[in-house]
Design a binder for this molecule. Structure first.
Ligand SMILES: Cc1cn([C@H]2C[C@H](O)[C@@H](COP(=O)(O)OP(=O)(O)O[C@H]3O[C@@H](C)C(=O)[C@@H](O)[C@H]3O)O2)c(=O)[nH]c1=O
Length: 187
């Protein structure tokens, strides 16, 4: 039987992972599976995704994040870039983690079609690397405006090397606290 499994690989920080599509190519183009409940369950990942959101970014350099939701609305996400390209960053902010404060960055592009699984207990943000860049997110927890929280993406203690000059930072993101003032998460 021909099928198109997802390719999971460790992203290099705790349970975060990168998910690749396997293309079944033919003359028309290709077919690929983008989500599979059984494959996610076999990897120990959430299978119940309750919201999907789009993020459109007009300018290269636009930076959003680093965002998370606090308890009881701590969430996991899947992020993919469906147009353009992003430098995607996740930061481990779990109270009991040996990796607390560590971050990794991955390049997600419309061309590589990679997704990243952002586990509960991580802050997430990205920088658009091209104009007209668009993302599609899946969330395993409902948007909770009262539990929206964040970490300053420009905190020198984090030392994230954003590839481009930073533009388009929202007023909220510019005033987010640094890591040293953060209340760690207990997912
Ligand atoms: C995140 C979110 C925002 N909103 C509203 C609130 C506000 O009026 C408007 C824009 O919100 P924000 O400025 O927070 O949008 P944005 O900065 O794009 O927020 C996103 O950033 C990235 C890095 C993430 O990881 C996402 O989970 C999300 O937090 O949309 C919703 O209605 N539902 C949602 O799920």
């Amino acid at each position: 039987m021909i099928f198109s499994p997802l390719g999971f690989s460790a992203a290099g920080l705790a349970d975060a992972c990168r998910i690749e599509l396997e293309r079944l190519e033919d003359d028309r183009g290709f077919f690929a599976r983008a989500f599979c409940m059984e494959e996610f369950a076999a990897q120990g990942l959430p299978t119940h995704w309750v919201q999907a959101n789009i993020s459109y970014n007009r300018q290269a350099g636009t930076l959003r994040g680093l965002h998370y939701q606090s308890a009881p609305s701590i969430e996991a996400k899947i992020v993919r870039c469906i147009r353009g390209a992003i430098f995607d960053v996740i930061v481990d902010i779990r109270a009991d983690s040996p990796h607390f404060g560590r971050w990794i960055g991955l390049e997600l592009t419309a061309a590589n079609r990679s997704m990243v699984y952002v586990p509960a207990g991580f802050a997430h943000g990205f920088q658009a690397l091209e104009p007209d860049t668009e993302l599609l997110y899946l969330h395993d927890t409902m948007f909770d405006p009262l539990r929206q929280a964040g970490l300053n993406a420009l905190d020198p203690a984090l030392g994230i090397s954003w590839p481009l000059g930073v533009t388009g930072l929202s007023a909220r993101d510019a005033s987010l606290p640094n890591l040293s003032d953060l209340k760690p998460l207990r997912p």
